[in-house]
Design a protein around this ligand. Structure first.
Ligand SMILES: Nc1ncnc2c1ncn2[C@@H]1O[C@H](COP(=O)(O)OP(=O)(O)O)[C@@H](O)[C@H]1O
Ligand SMILES: Cc1ncsc1CCOP(=O)(O)O
Ligand SMILES: [Mg+2]
Length: 275
């Protein structure tokens, strides 16, 4: 599909988010709660950070999708994740997993594998996380930030997608999104996104938003369009207001809120690898 067509599709998907204002349940983490919630609000969605095992199953009934993030996991949070995912699956709602820091500790890896086995619609992580989740890491992970390029994780992403039946999105300078067969590439973004904590967590929650608002799209496309919109907002923010991480964070939220049809249609850089 031509880049221009993808651009129009990214705009249509974003317009649907803004028109529908989907309610999305987020099991976030102590670091990302604020930025993820503000990202979703700026995009036109309605976030709810709900992680307690006592209420997650009830809440998913009224939400359009679920985002699960293992950033600051502990046993009570994990129980909330299990119940929320079971509820989402029973209700036929899409759910997205962010495997933050998988591979760093035995506990994190064990829980992540358990959640992956529950069949996320989309898994979005950085290259080190996708390599670890696929069992393909060749060096120890450094924590929540990536020490590899997204392109280093393409075959691991394909393998993981095929093994678990999920779409796998590897973020980085070029985002790679695969269902195990097709590969979409997104060239939008700015390196400053790596200098603000929780941007990865936020784009994962935003993928859940795009899934909720665009049920007619394949998850492969929905995930790619989310990353294109998110990355383009960063580019627009930096171009209009060059600066450092602190001011970027504010201008980035403003750009997510304000991006218009012409900018999105012309600026989204989505391409597909030949099969
Ligand atoms: N070098 C880069 N250039 C442009 N955009 C980037 C770069 N690295 C990451 N991004 C973007 O930053 C966002 C978060 O990705 P990433 O930093 O890989 O996730 P995480 O925060 O989970 O490590 C994504 O939208 C991604 O496209
Ligand atoms: C710093 C940190 N520590 C535990 S979770 C977290 C946030 C990670 O956010 P992201 O993966 O989006 O950079
Ligand atoms: Mg992350």
């Amino acid at each position: 599909m031509a880049a221009a067509t993808h651009g129009a599709n990214v705009w249509a998907a974003l317009a649907s988010v803004r028109a529908k204002n989907p309610l999305v349940q987020c099991i976030a983490n102590y670091v990302s709660m604020d930025l993820a919630a503000n990202t979703l609000l700026a995009a036109g969605a309605s976030p709810a950070m709900v992680h307690s095992a006592e209420e997650v199953e009830e809440f998913i009934q009224i939400a359009g999708a679920l985002s699960v993030n293992i950033g600051t996991l502990s046993p009570p949070w994990v129980e909330g994740m299990r119940r929320a995912i079971a509820g989402a699956k029973e209700a036929g709602k899409p759910w997205v997993l962010d495997p933050v820091g998988v591979g760093a500790t035995t506990y994190r890896t064990k829980i992540c594998q358990e959640l992956i086995a529950m069949g996320p619609t989309v898994i979005r992580g950085n290259a080190s996380e996708i390599l670890a989740a696929a069992g393909a890491a060749t060096e120890a992970t450094r924590g929540v930030d990536s020490s590899a390029a997204s392109t280093d994780a393409l075959s691991a992403a394909k393998q993981l997608a095929t093994a678990c039946g999920s779409v796998v999105a590897v973020s980085g300078a070029i985002d790679l999104i695969t269902d195990g067969r097709r590969v979409l590439r997104v060239a939008n973004g700015d390196p400053l996104l790596q200098k603000v904590t929780a941007t990865g967590c936020s784009v994962t929650a935003l993928i859940a938003v795009f899934l909720a608002a665009n049920p007619e799209l394949q998850p492969l496309e929905a995930a790619a369009y989310t990353l294109a919109y998110f990355g383009l907002a960063a580019q627009v923010a930096v171009e209009a207001h060059p600066g450092g991480p602190g001011t970027f964070r504010a201008h980035f939220l403003d750009a997510l809120y304000a991006l218009g049809e012409e900018t999105v249609t012309q600026g989204a850089l989505v391409s597909e690898d030949p099969l």
